[in-house]
Each structure stands twice: as C-alpha cells, then as structure tokens.
Design a protein. Structure first.
Lengths: 119, 119
DNA sequence: TTAACATTTGAACGATTGCTCAAGTGTTGA
DNA sequence: TCAACACTTGAGCAATCGTTCAAATGTTAA
C-alpha cells in the first residue's frame, strides 16, 4: 500500500519518482510507434541500398533490381513499404516508374547513422 | 551479347550506364549492413522507449521495466542488443546496472526521425 | 555461510519479415 | 486488337524477432 509500484507485475522500481518523471516526459504511444516504424523501414540492407541509390539518382524499378541483384518483384515489394512510410515517391512515364526520395530528412538520417557506424 | 545487362538474371536494366555509375558510388556491402543494423535496433517501440528514456535520465533495468510495463528479462534482452550496437552503456553499482546512452549520434537520429514523422 | 535481490542468459513460442513464384494491371507499339 | 513490357500484388515459406519462462550469475547484508 505504502509502496509506489507500477502494479502490472510486482517490479520493484528502484526510483519510483525518477521513473514517474521520465514516463511523463516520454512521447505518447502513437509517436513512439511511428518513430520505430520509420527506423524499421531503414533497418534492412536492401532498403538501405535502395535509399542510398536514390540519394544519387532517380531510378526505375528495373534499375534498382539490376543494382541490387534482386528480382523486380522483391524490389517492388520493398518500394511499396518505402512509399507507405513516405520515404520515396515516384513519377510515371509510360510503363516506367521512376523513384526518388520524398523527404530530405532521410538523407540526414543516413548521414548521422554513417557517422555512428564509423565510430 | 551487344546488350549490357547485369547478367545475374535477365533484368532489362533500362539505363545500364546510370546503374553502373550509381553502383560504383554506393558504399560497400559491410557498410550497408552496419547501417541497416543500426536502424533495425531502433526499429522497435520498446527499444525506442528505452533510448528516449535514457535521453532523459540514467536508469536501471528495474526502472526501465517499470517504465515500459515489460518484464525485467525482456528489458535485459533488449538492452543487450542496444549494448552490442554501442547505443547504450552501463555502470555497475552493487547489484544494480545503471544504463545511459553511449553515443551522441543516437539523440540526433531520434531528433531527425521525430521531424520526419511530424511531416 | 545463507537468503534475498538485480540482472543476465538460453530455450521455446507465436508473430513478423523478406524473398520467390505465379498471376494480375495498365501502357505501348506493331 | 494484340503481344510485349514495366510494374504490382497475393500467397506461401524459411528465417528472424520479441516476448515469456525457468535457470544461472554475481552482489549484498544478515
């Protein structure tokens, strides 16, 4: 009764006050999920390659397939994911679909992450 | 014979020259993988919450469990992953392990990604 | 010593992922 | 109109992921 716990399971929160203060400042559930989704979509070598290629040039699905050595279908699936998360956009020209980056933040993310992996 | 293809499968690379130029500028396999690994580790709501909490304060495993409503074990598994990727570090004080961020780039990544999700 | 505790670890599980394959859509040029 | 083409889509499958549970490690205090 006296003890301040997080009820769910009997975790003995060492510093309940600190925990409460931090919890209050954390963004809400939906923001955290959106953030994780954005990172997750970049968390795959194929998609990183696609994004980095599009940082250099506008490319069609076929180009990206050739570039990565993967099937056109595989690339198309990945592009849909990148499209849904608003990381890439495309323009149609006849049968072709030319893809490019949709957001300047993506290049920043890649840039900063590169710095991290290079220690 | 005359046609320049990317041999692997018979992909009709629309602009072989452009593809070759881009391919040459892309970082090598290992760098791409390391980059993807970094994003992937941030691509989960639980780990995003852990990282954002550690941006605000140094916390022990127990605190993080209380904060997220997950088991201590689950948090410990996730912290190991974050540790392996050098995103967090910890100091021992008796039985406790106090975790904090290991790299200023992480906060930048969170920052930029927040800007992206807020359009 | 021992018991209690904070944390870590390994096995196991259902859920999700990234690919392939086959079939589909829509555009072009013969 | 029709075949060829660029791309998209859905089903299916092996591999990976995130959690739980049980057991282990290591520290503290009695």
């Amino acid at each position: 009764m006296a003890e301040l716990k997080t009820d769910v399971c009997s975790v003995t929160a060492v510093d309940a006050e600190k925990v409460a203060a931090v919890q209050q400042k954390l963004p809400q559930e939906s923001a955290v999920r959106a953030l994780a989704e954005t990172f997750k979509v970049l968390g795959d070598p194929t998609r990183v390659r696609i994004v980095m290629a599009l940082m250099l040039d506008e490319l069609c699905v076929c180009d990206l397939a050739a570039l990565t050595g993967l099937s056109v279908s595989a690339i198309s699936h990945q592009l849909r994911m990148l499209r849904n998360l608003k990381l890439v956009k495309y323009r149609r020209k006849g049968k072709m679909a030319y893809y490019s980056l949709d957001d300047e933040h993506i290049e920043q993310l890649i840039q900063v992450a590169m710095e991290h992996v290079h220690e």
